[in-house]
Design a protein around this ligand. Structure first.
Ligand code: UDP
Length: 346
């Protein structure tokens, strides 16, 4: 089976994708600088799949280290490039950190792909490229607006770099996946999201509040122009997002038919408000959540959800799991890491 290099493979989406790749018998190599991930995820992958993939600690923003790494690799068929910084708020405070890491690493990888004739790349893009679109749901043709944050800009620039690279190099193939909001964890409860410090994202904050690590969830704004006043997003189970990468690799096998640069929305097609998340979490887990409404968070948009028809038709992929599946898996995972922590502290 073809060999897939997964950059950022120790991270949240990367690790769940690796499970799906191994299930499909792909040979996987992980490269990650562990800046926002934990090497122990490899044990989790082994527990679930029976296979511990080859691991390399690499910082792809480092040009020399990237070259040295690729020079030693043979027969990589496809790269799935997850490795990037992803916190919107942090990117506003530290823009250069974001541009340097996210853009340098992409360029270094593309240069080495070219040199070593690695033909295919799947790129982690984001629905942030749409900004606050005028019409919902957003399709792949919805106009891209000027990014609201340096993070969002790195994804826009990343897509542009890949498009230009594809035009100049017709033998190389690119699929960019625009992720909506990934949530949840592997159904076994063995791997999941491991935010360092105070979580930025809603679901880890919800589960940490429910288990008692955080006192209270703050809901950022209830004065949006939405049915209950709170902001709306398209929350997709991370395991569904993972299978979209397998579909993207299949797509890359048929590039002659489709052109060598394509972009797909990867969401569920359903918009859910923050209050709906809270209510659903309470129903699914039986936990009462302590929350209060506070002011809006800087940089947040009011609403976004995906039109998924293009991915459904062209990738033959669709999100299958429900919001309730996602929230109960996130809760199961929170309990696992909490208990682990308690045992370690004893
Ligand atoms: N949110 C919230 N409280 C939190 C974290 C997030 O109310 O502690 C809201 C946030 O304002 C947004 C939604 O939850 O409307 C999803 O936020 P998240 O950071 O998870 O993802 P984003 O859509 O910003 O990428």
């Amino acid at each position: 089976m073809p060999k897939i290099l997964v950059t950022g493979g120790a991270g949240y989406i990367g690790s769940h994708t690796i499970i799906e790749l191994i299930k499909q018998n792909y040979k996987v190599i992980i490269a990650d600088n562990l800046s926002n991930s934990d090497i122990r995820v490899l044990d989790g992958i082994e527990k679930i799949t029976g296979i511990k993939p080859e691991f390399h600690k690499i910082d792809f923003a480092d040009t020399k280290a990237t070259k040295d790494f690729f020079d030693k690799q043979k027969n990589i068929d496809t790269i799935i490039h997850f490795a990037a910084f992803k916190a919107v708020g942090e990117s506003v405070d530290f823009p250069l950190k974001y541009y340097k890491n996210n853009i340098f690493s992409l360029i270094n990888i593309l240069e080495n792909m070219k040199k070593n004739m690695v033909k295919n790349i799947v790129f982690s893009s984001s629905c942030t490229v749409y900004g606050q679109a005028e019409r919902m749901p957003v399709t792949e043709k919805t106009p891209i607006k000027k990014a609201d944050s340096p993070y969002g800009n790195t994804k826009q620039i990343g897509e542009d770099i890949l498009m230009d690279f594809g035009k100049a190099n017709p033998n190389f193939n690119v699929v960019a996946l625009r992720y909506f909001n990934p949530i949840g964890a592997h159904e076994t409860g063995i791997i999941g999201e491991l935010p360092k410090g105070i979580p930025n994202n809603l679901i880890p904050f919800v589960t940490q509040t429910a288990i008692g690590i955080r006192k209270q969830l703050q809901i950022f704004g209830n004065d949006y122009n939405t049915p209950d006043g709170t902001a709306i997003r398209d929350y997709i189970h991370v395991c569904d997002l993972a299978t979209a990468h397998v579909a993207a690799i299949d797509r890359l096998k048929n590039k002659e038919k489709f052109g060598n640069f394509e972009v797909f929305n990867v969401g569920t097609g359903t918009g859910i408000s923050v209050l709906e998340i809270v209510k659903e979490f309470e129903t699914v887990t039986g936990q009462k959540l302590n929350y209060k409404i506070v002011g809006r968070r800087k940089g947040d948009i009011e609403k976004v959800w995906a039109d998924t028809k293009f991915a459904e038709k062209q990738l033959n992929w669709k999100a299958k799991r429900t919001l309730s599946d996602a929230l109960s898996s996130a809760w199961k995972w929170e309990k696992t890491i909490y208990n682990e922590q308690m045992t370690m502290n004893k």
